[in-house]
Design a protein around this ligand. Sequence first.
Ligand SMILES: Nc1nc2c(ncn2[C@@H]2O[C@H](COP(=O)(O)OP(=O)(O)OP(=O)(O)O)[C@@H](O)[C@H]2O)c(=O)[nH]1
Ligand SMILES: [Mg+2]
Length: 331
Amino acid sequence: MKELLESARRGKIRAIARLITQVENSPAAAEQAVQALYPHTGKAHIVGITGSPGAGKSTVVNALVKMLRQQEARVGIVAVDPSSPFTGGALLGDRVRMRDLSGDPGIFIRSMASRGSLGGLAQATASVVKVLDAAGYDFILVETVGAGQAEVDIANAAHTTVVVEAPGMGDEIQSIKAGILEIADILVVNKVDRPGADRTVRSLKMMLHLGPVGGTRRSGRISANNVQENSGGWDIPVIETIATEGKGMAELAATLGRHMAHLRQSGEWLQRERDRSWREIEMLLQRRFMHQFQAQVPLEMREGLLTAVAERAVDPYTAVNQLLAKSDENM
Ligand SMILES: Nc1nc2c(ncn2[C@@H]2O[C@H](COP(=O)(O)OP(=O)(O)OP(=O)(O)O)[C@@H](O)[C@H]2O)c(=O)[nH]1
Ligand SMILES: [Mg+2]
């Protein structure tokens, strides 16, 4: 493990890949790796790319990476596979499209399989991002489908969140529903070669000026009197792209740099790092508590209580009190 960590840190592609596999498969390995690598992290610009299914996220990532490579940046890409069976088919497409990036030693691509719990995926992604950060990648792009809380959690782990939209089918409205507009630092309207692009751009800009569209922006982003502050004076830019032709990518890359500078100058950087640290610690605490609890309370007792609650013999609050009493007893 020690040698593996050392090689990964020196940027050896094979070692990085092997380390990530271990981190994904074993919480103990993840703990060991993060403990060793953490002091070497904090240098990469972590960019979350999210948005409606099919909006062109992977194509944007592909084109953006090419642009960043021209600027000599090293780029890590983490594609979080959509867990929804409806979008499962896009997976193969992603692999094929991203293949023209591979072979370049300045690029590392990893697909995360979605597994069991969503919390587990967010946790695994956070660890993989740390490995890439410690391995010296300048940018780490994390693609997720913006569909639920897990994606929001993953996007929250980024310094900059790019929400990709495309014209047509009331996508704008859907994304508000999914709450993903609220996490955007940069909005990309992709496929502007398609009809209706103007209208999409206009309505998105209008919504941004209307302020928070319900839901909660992350901390520090709404002032006390509920006026949208765009995190300390950051006006959320709307960038028009045609990812298939690489159009708009120079502007997107430049805007990423501008956002990073803004985060640093405004102090928002530290705020976001603190928010992120707390979310991660909270996630780890929850898992740890749950494991402890499961070790301390016999399975039969839990099973018995479940039946009792289902049959209305015991209410859920009383069940929790009894479980906690048992857990204390066995500590
Ligand atoms: N006309 C046009 N098509 C595009 C553009 N960008 C992407 N596409 C096409 O849109 C389709 C979906 O693109 P993807 O990049 O796979 O979209 P995605 O958001 O990653 O999709 P999921 O990961 O399945 O949610 C593909 O067929 C792309 O070729 C664009 O700028 N213009
Ligand atoms: Mg994709």
